[in-house]
Design a protein around this ligand. Structure first.
Ligand code: CO
Length: 146
């Protein structure tokens, strides 16, 4: 497996609206995508785009807010009431090959490969097997010229 682009940093927040205000007013972000719900993942999602000199897609901040009381990020927010860095996401060319690669090293994968917020297959790796970082692996979107 070859490591791809750092696609996004997942940031849990108790309020996407408040976080959008922070990224706009404090951080000077100008490109923020409208929030949307991903009920099957238990989160609402909003992407803050960061620019690149070449005009290619930059790394994103992925704001995630609980969708309801059963959201998998409620535990994280209970421990971190202000929110905070939740996961990092790297792209790979072939998600099935990547899954085999990590499984072959005995890394624990959390649940099945599923469709993530970018509409491409993703899976998560256990932070205790990944230097303390909840790590998302995502197949590079096809035809976006990354
Ligand atoms: Co993510």
């Amino acid at each position: 497996m070859k490591l791809g682009r750092l696609n996004h940093i997942g940031v849990a927040t108790p309020s996407i609206a408040d976080s959008i205000a922070h990224y706009r007013e404090t951080m000077g972000a100008t490109d923020i995508v409208a929030a949307f719900g991903l009920p099957e993942q238990g989160v609402k999602v909003c992407f803050v785009n960061t620019p690149t000199p070449t005009g290619m897609d930059g790394t994103q901040i992925e704001l995630i807010e609980p969708y309801d009381e059963s959201s998998p990020i409620n535990g994280f927010l209970a421990k971190n009431p202000l929110g905070g860095q939740h996961h990092v996401c790297f792209e790979v060319e072939d998600i099935a090959a990547a899954r085999e690669w990590f499984e072959g090293q005995g890394k624990r994968i959390l649940g099945p490969t599923r469709i993530g917020a970018h509409g491409t297959p993703i899976f998560f790796l256990h932070p205790k097997d990944m230097q303390g970082i909840l790590t998302e692996i995502m197949e590079t979107p096809k035809g976006e010229g990354h």
